[in-house]
Design a protein. Structure first.
Lengths: 239, 239, 239, 239
DNA sequence: CATGAATGAGACTTCATTCAT
DNA sequence: TATGAATGAAGTCTCATTCAT
């Protein structure tokens, strides 16, 4: 408050939700009615916190605060912490899936290019965003929330597997790839990306001194280079 | 309780996790080796539970029970749940690294064979054992325990990176591999395995119905096949 | 909302429960009689819910819903749940008392017949109607709402006692009954009925399997038979 | 604490549980281990509070305080508020039932005397004690806790009905009573007592000014006098 | 007058930690 | 040392009440 001290924004709300404008410092916190915007604001706040601290360590009140509402308001929109979490997963993964389908849909070009594009897009839209933190949470809490695990399997794992399997299949059918096993190859394709995303949202988000940091981008390309070469049909190998 | 009972000497480090070498299997009459074995028993119980349920969902009482002692006794050895957690991670990672070094040792044969051996061994000794649960925990809790992240970086990530980088280097130097970028390739090599291990200890451990389950073993081989081909020097490509 | 709409005059007692006579069934076009009917509608809804679930388990929102208004509107008429509760009890007790007086009237015939009639009527008009739920509420909450207990004592217990005492007195004076103690006998007369009514509105309203259910009607008659015989002067017994 | 000030006991604990003796005024409240005494102390505290305020209005922490323990300790013995309540009911009603059976068992004398004794005892051991408050609670909360209602029906209502029916039967068989209907008469016998007990624990426990207060004792005798006369075989009525 | 989104005190319950025995 | 009864801070969720619209 004093003139010389250059206070940085309160650490509690580094990504402050936006307090509407006026927000005078009087006691009653000037409650607002924003029925339509609230759900998304809550979802965003929840995603950020869940991704950072995990499911159990995130308090509902903290989510509400970050969204700029009170504890009770959160429960107006989501009936429980678990449902809130599911909504977060659903919201971000539905988008994810939709994008995957869409991107794969009508693609012209070599399958190698398609794969590069898919993985690139995934990294840009998911892996490098807070949404990637969801994977971390699911991995960490799956055994405590079996129905959540089932949900995740149904909504994410299976569709993603389908997408990549069919893409590899396309490469094989077009004579671009050797006849590699589908599921295993699909997994080998995405694993490094997901791994990098996990890293990014756990150790990578900590202030650790490390002399072998890896740029995910560079890693992605090295991986693609490696793997595509490994799949491609070599000159004298023809089927 | 009575005064005449001469309790065996207190373990030199009542709160220390245990120096891993000390728990030799000597003293065959399995009688009354309680007090020295306690720390390790607690650590084992804690590892199993943390790996299964995560940090927050694991109750200290449960750990104590599983180790066959009372709640209070646990606090005799570890001053808090957090310290117990750190001790578990440290204890098991040290072992883990030791095994890595040992496995690498002096290997004769092609670098492809060496890599195959390394990854195979890793899966056998770590990925498929409860120790892999540690990765899950560290990933999930890194941001809540920053010094743990630092520890993990120092003790696991950096050494592992060094091991794989030097192996790839060996392959390049011997003319077996193309001149691929070291760090990125190393990461691409291990990522699918770690990913599979994580999967194994989260979703894979849940009773989820899934039509695209992948055998980690088969995946490992598909991955190796792919990646080694991608790295190898092709006939007409000379260095 | 618009300025030209001439809302009907505000009810003279916006917060008053309603004086019971005011809600005549006039104004046949059942159109827009909302605002004057509101208090009674709220009271009715509240009575039903309080009687069914008790004070604490009844939510104000539920009351509002049942009355067809919003939560906020309820508070326009009653400043708090507690006041609503009191208004409900008072309102219905007034009715109850009125019915008592009405039922008593001027009776010709033996006092036994008069008593039979009184109790019969009470059961028909009160005991078997939702109004009996009020007794349940008062009994349950008297200690949490002392002034309500006072009100109940003044408005119900004392008048009822007076009515039955004077009736018994009449029986004694006319030589029909032995000189029994007044208050105690009056209580002994009504207790089984009230008891049955309470039962009816608590356990009797639950889906309990019970092999000793009692028909309140039959019980009433057995009780009367017993008690009137007990009071009546026997052939050889003095005056 | 000072010598001259005669402090009355803190208002929070009018019926203080007994603080073991020492109870110095230091900050740590001198926790004690009384594993065997605790359950009954908690039950007593719970009975008193439930009887006074009802189920919902009684806070678990209040029960713990009154029993002289902390919130958590309560849950060491009873897993939930509902279970605590059931334990209270069970504890007090089991005693009740046992006493009833026992008292009725081998009785010599007229059935009128037996009935007088039964009702007298009931009043002394239940009706006039806090245990009678249980009836109030069951009546008030039965519809919110159906399984409690079932429990109460099974454990109290049915056995009590059986006891009184068999007693009336005995009177009829011995030629003491007219052939009255069993269930109905049994109910008519106990109803005034239960009614009085309810009254005692609701309105009767409030500071109400009332000019028609009834001594339950006197009422009990008036009732018995009335009802026994009504049941007894009159001189010229032969069986 | 009416609405219903928003609030926040408070209830129940859990569990890491302490400490008398 | 070991125990496990006891503690109390903290978390999730409810709901009476308020108030901007």
């Amino acid at each position: 408050m004093s003139a010389t001290v250059t206070v940085e924004p309160a650490p509690d709300a580094p990504i402050a939700p936006l307090p509407s404008g006026g927000d005078s410092v009087l006691r009653p916190p000037a409650r607002q009615r924003r029925k339509v915007a609230r759900p998304q604001e809550l979802l965003d706040a929840a995603l950020a916190l869940f991704a950072e601290k995990g499911y159990a360590a995130t308090r509902t009140e903290e989510v509400a605060q970050r969204a700029g509402v009170s504890k009770g308001t959160l429960y107006l929109y989501y009936p429980s912490k678990e449902e809130l979490f599911k909504a977060v997963v659903r919201s971000n993964l539905t988008t994810l899936i939709a994008e995957g389908q869409e991107a794969a849909g009508s693609f012209e070009g070599t399958t190698s290019e398609l794969l590069a594009m898919l993985l690139d897009t995934w990294w840009e839209r998911v892996g490098s965003t807070p949404a990637a933190g969801i994977h971390k949470i699911v991995i960490a809490e799956a055994r405590n929330f079996p129905d959540l695990a089932q949900f995740y399997a149904d909504e994410v794992i299976v569709p993603a597997d389908r997408l990549f399997c069919s893409t590899v299949q396309r490469g094989i059918e077009r004579g671009e790839f050797r006849p590699v096993p589908l599921h295993e190859t699909a997994l080998a394709l995405v694993a490094p990306l997901i791994f990098a995303a996990l890293h990014q949202h756990s150790i990578g988000a900590c202030p650790v001194r490390m002399d072998c940091g890896v740029d995910p981008r560079a890693m992605l390309h090295a991986h693609l280079d490696l793997v595509l070469r490994g799949m491609q049909v070599r000159p004298g190998e023809g089927p």
